[in-house]
Ligand binder design. Structure first.
Ligand SMILES: *[C@@H]1O[C@H](CO)[C@@H](O)[C@H](O)[C@H]1NC(C)=O
Length: 236
Protein backbone atom coordinates (compact mmCIF):
# COMPACT_ATOMS: atom_id res chain seq x y z
CA UNK A 1 0.00 0.00 0.00
CA UNK A 2 2.68 2.43 1.08
CA UNK A 3 4.74 1.31 -1.87
CA UNK A 4 1.84 1.99 -4.24
CA UNK A 5 1.37 5.45 -2.79
CA UNK A 6 5.05 6.11 -3.21
CA UNK A 7 4.97 5.00 -6.83
CA UNK A 8 1.90 7.14 -7.51
CA UNK A 9 3.58 10.13 -5.91
CA UNK A 10 6.75 9.58 -7.89
CA UNK A 11 4.84 9.15 -11.14
CA UNK A 12 2.86 12.26 -10.42
CA UNK A 13 6.00 14.24 -9.67
CA UNK A 14 7.58 12.94 -12.85
CA UNK A 15 4.48 13.83 -14.86
CA UNK A 16 4.45 17.31 -13.38
CA UNK A 17 8.16 17.79 -13.94
CA UNK A 18 7.90 16.64 -17.50
CA UNK A 19 5.06 18.87 -18.47
CA UNK A 20 5.40 22.04 -16.44
CA UNK A 21 7.02 24.83 -18.34
CA UNK A 22 9.63 26.98 -16.73
CA UNK A 23 8.35 30.52 -16.25
CA UNK A 24 10.39 32.76 -18.59
CA UNK A 25 12.17 35.70 -16.96
CA UNK A 26 9.93 38.34 -18.56
CA UNK A 27 6.80 36.55 -17.33
CA UNK A 28 8.26 36.14 -13.84
CA UNK A 29 8.96 39.86 -13.73
CA UNK A 30 5.42 40.60 -14.82
CA UNK A 31 4.06 38.19 -12.19
CA UNK A 32 6.13 39.82 -9.45
CA UNK A 33 4.92 43.24 -10.49
CA UNK A 34 1.21 42.41 -10.42
CA UNK A 35 1.00 39.72 -7.73
CA UNK A 36 0.05 42.31 -5.09
CA UNK A 37 -3.06 43.33 -7.02
CA UNK A 38 -1.74 46.05 -9.31
CA UNK A 39 -4.39 46.81 -11.93
CA UNK A 40 -3.33 49.44 -14.52
CA UNK A 41 -6.75 49.58 -16.21
CA UNK A 42 -9.79 47.90 -14.65
CA UNK A 43 -11.97 46.91 -17.59
CA UNK A 44 -14.64 45.27 -15.46
CA UNK A 45 -15.12 45.45 -11.70
CA UNK A 46 -17.02 43.92 -8.83
CA UNK A 47 -16.58 40.18 -9.25
CA UNK A 48 -16.20 37.63 -6.50
CA UNK A 49 -13.77 34.91 -5.47
CA UNK A 50 -13.02 33.36 -2.13
CA UNK A 51 -12.70 36.04 0.51
CA UNK A 52 -13.06 38.83 -2.04
CA UNK A 53 -16.75 39.20 -2.58
CA UNK A 54 -17.48 41.94 -5.10
CA UNK A 55 -13.86 43.10 -5.09
CA UNK A 56 -12.26 41.18 -7.96
CA UNK A 57 -11.52 42.94 -11.22
CA UNK A 58 -10.53 42.14 -14.78
CA UNK A 59 -7.45 44.23 -15.61
CA UNK A 60 -5.44 45.08 -18.69
CA UNK A 61 -2.08 46.76 -19.15
CA UNK A 62 -2.20 50.28 -20.50
CA UNK A 63 -1.65 49.11 -24.08
CA UNK A 64 -4.42 46.50 -23.77
CA UNK A 65 -2.14 43.64 -24.82
CA UNK A 66 -3.04 41.26 -22.02
CA UNK A 67 -5.90 40.73 -19.54
CA UNK A 68 -5.85 39.15 -16.07
CA UNK A 69 -7.86 38.90 -12.84
CA UNK A 70 -6.95 40.64 -9.57
CA UNK A 71 -8.15 41.13 -6.03
CA UNK A 72 -7.28 44.26 -4.00
CA UNK A 73 -4.16 42.53 -2.69
CA UNK A 74 -3.50 39.62 -5.02
CA UNK A 75 -4.43 37.65 -8.09
CA UNK A 76 -6.98 34.88 -8.68
CA UNK A 77 -7.67 31.58 -6.99
CA UNK A 78 -8.45 28.35 -8.82
CA UNK A 79 -11.81 26.71 -8.38
CA UNK A 80 -12.64 23.69 -10.49
CA UNK A 81 -14.88 23.69 -13.55
CA UNK A 82 -16.03 20.17 -14.42
CA UNK A 83 -18.53 21.21 -17.07
CA UNK A 84 -18.62 19.65 -20.51
CA UNK A 85 -18.00 16.10 -21.73
CA UNK A 86 -17.59 13.23 -19.20
CA UNK A 87 -18.71 15.62 -16.53
CA UNK A 88 -18.69 13.33 -13.51
CA UNK A 89 -15.54 11.44 -14.44
CA UNK A 90 -12.40 10.93 -12.33
CA UNK A 91 -11.70 13.73 -9.91
CA UNK A 92 -14.86 15.47 -11.07
CA UNK A 93 -17.06 12.76 -9.52
CA UNK A 94 -17.76 14.93 -6.46
CA UNK A 95 -18.43 18.16 -8.39
CA UNK A 96 -21.46 19.82 -6.81
CA UNK A 97 -22.15 22.41 -9.52
CA UNK A 98 -21.61 20.74 -12.87
CA UNK A 99 -23.49 21.92 -15.91
CA UNK A 100 -23.92 20.00 -19.12
CA UNK A 101 -22.06 22.22 -21.51
CA UNK A 102 -19.22 24.68 -21.78
CA UNK A 103 -19.84 28.11 -23.31
CA UNK A 104 -18.23 27.55 -26.71
CA UNK A 105 -19.47 24.01 -27.34
CA UNK A 106 -20.82 25.30 -30.66
CA UNK A 107 -17.24 26.00 -31.80
CA UNK A 108 -15.78 22.89 -30.16
CA UNK A 109 -18.08 20.49 -32.03
CA UNK A 110 -16.69 21.78 -35.32
CA UNK A 111 -13.44 20.04 -34.38
CA UNK A 112 -15.11 16.65 -33.98
CA UNK A 113 -15.60 16.63 -30.20
CA UNK A 114 -18.89 16.58 -28.29
CA UNK A 115 -17.54 19.25 -25.89
CA UNK A 116 -14.41 20.15 -23.93
CA UNK A 117 -13.48 17.52 -21.36
CA UNK A 118 -12.27 18.91 -18.05
CA UNK A 119 -10.18 15.78 -17.45
CA UNK A 120 -8.28 16.24 -20.73
CA UNK A 121 -8.42 19.84 -21.87
CA UNK A 122 -6.44 22.57 -20.22
CA UNK A 123 -9.03 25.33 -20.00
CA UNK A 124 -9.86 28.44 -18.01
CA UNK A 125 -13.14 30.21 -17.21
CA UNK A 126 -13.26 33.90 -18.10
CA UNK A 127 -16.23 36.21 -18.48
CA UNK A 128 -19.28 36.61 -16.30
CA UNK A 129 -22.71 38.03 -16.11
CA UNK A 130 -22.08 41.64 -17.13
CA UNK A 131 -18.68 41.15 -18.76
CA UNK A 132 -17.72 39.35 -21.96
CA UNK A 133 -13.97 39.35 -22.74
CA UNK A 134 -14.94 39.32 -26.42
CA UNK A 135 -15.67 43.02 -25.91
CA UNK A 136 -11.86 43.41 -25.63
CA UNK A 137 -11.25 41.36 -28.76
CA UNK A 138 -10.44 38.14 -26.89
CA UNK A 139 -11.65 35.23 -29.01
CA UNK A 140 -13.34 32.11 -27.66
CA UNK A 141 -10.88 29.18 -27.44
CA UNK A 142 -7.93 31.55 -27.53
CA UNK A 143 -4.76 30.92 -25.58
CA UNK A 144 -4.51 31.65 -21.85
CA UNK A 145 -1.13 31.42 -20.10
CA UNK A 146 -1.49 30.29 -16.49
CA UNK A 147 1.14 30.86 -13.80
CA UNK A 148 0.28 28.59 -10.90
CA UNK A 149 2.39 27.03 -8.20
CA UNK A 150 5.50 28.65 -9.63
CA UNK A 151 5.01 26.95 -13.01
CA UNK A 152 3.67 27.96 -16.39
CA UNK A 153 0.98 26.04 -18.25
CA UNK A 154 -0.94 26.89 -21.38
CA UNK A 155 -4.70 26.63 -21.58
CA UNK A 156 -7.55 27.86 -23.72
CA UNK A 157 -10.46 30.11 -22.84
CA UNK A 158 -13.07 27.38 -22.65
CA UNK A 159 -15.96 28.52 -20.49
CA UNK A 160 -17.60 31.49 -18.79
CA UNK A 161 -19.55 31.98 -15.60
CA UNK A 162 -23.15 33.11 -15.55
CA UNK A 163 -22.76 34.69 -12.09
CA UNK A 164 -20.10 37.05 -10.67
CA UNK A 165 -17.62 34.30 -9.75
CA UNK A 166 -14.04 34.43 -11.14
CA UNK A 167 -11.00 32.14 -10.83
CA UNK A 168 -11.90 28.73 -12.30
CA UNK A 169 -10.08 26.15 -14.39
CA UNK A 170 -10.48 22.60 -15.67
CA UNK A 171 -9.62 19.76 -13.27
CA UNK A 172 -6.76 18.56 -15.47
CA UNK A 173 -5.10 21.96 -15.31
CA UNK A 174 -5.71 22.26 -11.55
CA UNK A 175 -4.09 18.84 -10.99
CA UNK A 176 -1.09 19.88 -13.07
CA UNK A 177 -0.76 23.13 -11.11
CA UNK A 178 -1.44 21.99 -7.57
CA UNK A 179 -1.37 18.22 -7.52
CA UNK A 180 -3.71 15.38 -6.77
CA UNK A 181 -5.65 16.97 -3.93
CA UNK A 182 -7.61 19.16 -6.36
CA UNK A 183 -11.06 17.70 -7.07
CA UNK A 184 -14.41 18.85 -8.44
CA UNK A 185 -15.26 20.02 -4.96
CA UNK A 186 -11.93 21.33 -3.73
CA UNK A 187 -9.76 23.91 -5.45
CA UNK A 188 -6.85 26.20 -4.66
CA UNK A 189 -7.87 29.03 -2.35
CA UNK A 190 -4.80 31.29 -2.30
CA UNK A 191 -5.05 34.31 -4.58
CA UNK A 192 -1.76 33.73 -6.36
CA UNK A 193 -2.77 32.43 -9.79
CA UNK A 194 -2.17 34.59 -12.85
CA UNK A 195 -4.42 33.93 -15.86
CA UNK A 196 -3.15 35.86 -18.90
CA UNK A 197 -5.52 36.21 -21.86
CA UNK A 198 -4.57 37.81 -25.15
CA UNK A 199 -6.79 39.81 -27.49
CA UNK A 200 -6.74 39.28 -31.23
CA UNK A 201 -7.10 36.67 -33.94
CA UNK A 202 -3.46 35.64 -33.49
CA UNK A 203 -4.22 34.23 -30.05
CA UNK A 204 -6.90 31.86 -31.38
CA UNK A 205 -5.62 28.46 -30.24
CA UNK A 206 -8.41 26.49 -31.89
CA UNK A 207 -6.57 26.46 -35.21
CA UNK A 208 -3.37 24.89 -33.92
CA UNK A 209 -4.21 22.88 -30.80
CA UNK A 210 -4.46 19.08 -30.93
CA UNK A 211 -8.20 18.41 -30.81
CA UNK A 212 -7.48 14.69 -30.99
CA UNK A 213 -5.44 14.77 -27.76
CA UNK A 214 -6.26 11.96 -25.34
CA UNK A 215 -4.51 13.40 -22.29
CA UNK A 216 -3.86 16.72 -20.60
CA UNK A 217 -0.16 16.46 -21.45
CA UNK A 218 -0.86 15.89 -25.13
CA UNK A 219 -3.31 18.77 -25.33
CA UNK A 220 -1.19 21.17 -23.29
CA UNK A 221 1.91 20.31 -25.33
CA UNK A 222 0.09 21.29 -28.51
CA UNK A 223 -0.42 24.81 -27.13
CA UNK A 224 3.32 25.29 -26.71
CA UNK A 225 4.35 27.04 -29.92
CA UNK A 226 1.52 29.59 -29.80
CA UNK A 227 1.86 30.12 -26.05
CA UNK A 228 5.62 30.67 -26.25
CA UNK A 229 5.10 33.25 -28.99
CA UNK A 230 2.45 35.15 -27.02
CA UNK A 231 4.20 35.22 -23.64
CA UNK A 232 7.40 36.43 -25.31
CA UNK A 233 5.60 39.74 -25.83
CA UNK A 234 4.86 40.30 -22.14
CA UNK A 235 6.70 43.14 -20.41
CA UNK A 236 6.59 44.12 -16.77
C1 LIG B 1 -20.14 29.88 -11.75
O1 LIG B 1 -20.45 30.33 -10.48
C2 LIG B 1 -21.44 29.62 -9.78
C3 LIG B 1 -21.73 30.32 -8.47
O2 LIG B 1 -20.65 30.39 -7.66
C4 LIG B 1 -21.02 28.17 -9.64
O3 LIG B 1 -21.97 27.44 -8.96
C5 LIG B 1 -20.71 27.60 -11.00
O4 LIG B 1 -20.27 26.28 -10.89
C6 LIG B 1 -19.67 28.44 -11.66
N1 LIG B 1 -19.05 27.87 -12.85
C7 LIG B 1 -19.49 27.89 -14.10
C8 LIG B 1 -18.54 27.36 -15.10
O5 LIG B 1 -20.55 28.33 -14.45
Amino acid sequence: MIFNTLITTLLFALFTLTHAREVPANVREFYDKVKGGECPVAVAKGFSQGAYSGESNYCVDKDHTVMWITTPSGLADMDIDCDGANQGYGKCANDPTGQGMTSFVGDVVKHGLSDLDSNTHSFVVLGNHGFDPQSLGIKPLSLVAVICGGQLFYAIWGDSNATDKVGEASISLANACFGDSMTGNSGHNQHDVLYLAFPGEDADASKTCNWGAKSFAEFEDSLGPLGDKLVAGIHA
